[in-house]
Design a protein. Sequence first.
Length: 357
Amino acid sequence: MERICATLNGLNPYDKEVVEDILKIEDCNYDRKGKPRQLYGVAISAKRYVVYARQKSKIQIIKLSEHGLGMLYLPDKRKRYIPTDCKDQKTSYPRWIVESWERLLENHFRNLNDPANALVTRELWFGKFPAVMRIRVTTPNVLAALRKHDPGAAKPYNFALSPILLQSATSCTLVGSFSKHPEEWLTREYTEIHTGAAVYLGGEYDVRKLLPQTLSGVLWRHYLHPEDKSLSPDGKPCGPYTNGLLLRRPIHAMIPFITIGKEVERKAQEGEDISSLENAGPIRYQSGQTANTRAVDPALQKRIGQFSLRQLKQSDLSRDTIIQARRGARLHPDTRARLARAVDELELIANRRITSE
């Protein structure tokens, strides 16, 4: 490896005072005494991997990826993990993520196709906790929605919690006051940030049951995440149990070109940013559209269709905007929220009329 690095670094076109090496051996490849040692790894995808060393019958995690897990919040008072027999003593990791990878490694050497393996992650002490993100309140619409229910706790840049739902939708984003006690997360009140509605996990909202994912479920799906950027050894798309040397995935350019945003933003990986909650995949930029706009939810689109333009104008939106909403066009979250409130009021009036009759 040292010879390979030396050969490639001889081609380094940059100022060596700025970029000393273009390929180097990381400190994690050496033990505490600075000696090279054999490392092993398991890679789920390009950004989800773990590197470990074998010590007789035991496994010691040396380096891991927090991608896909680092955005989750779990209160843990223990010191962050630093591998004892490693030259790199500066890099540390959350204990619960290390324990998760240890359990996934244990499962990796079993029969991968055994469905009972999904139960393995439930044995972790945090496996049954709801999966939540810790986010900061940074936008006016979220602050206003939270203040409807808890004026004192809703302050700019305060922490809040957002549960990850089994049935996710950009039109339903829940935020609740911050708590370090997981036993409270299932029973506390949450606010839907677009409409300001107060809801509870286990209840219903917009014809949808609000069921949270558990951390064990997130871990198992994390482990079975298929690599989308490559093909399996047989030339087919990768699946959850694909293994072996992956192949390049050919890309065929099609006209017209559609400009899209970056697939994964760093803030979405790390959490703590309210905008990451509405990241429903790559953003498509077209004429008159921005990163903040989202398509009208089909359920809301159907409800809007029940009423006339004249009735819907009580939302104080223009006639053109209401027509666009009926067609399922992309609108700003605030605009969708105003339409939803107007529809709620119209439906309430209609129900009262039916009851009085």
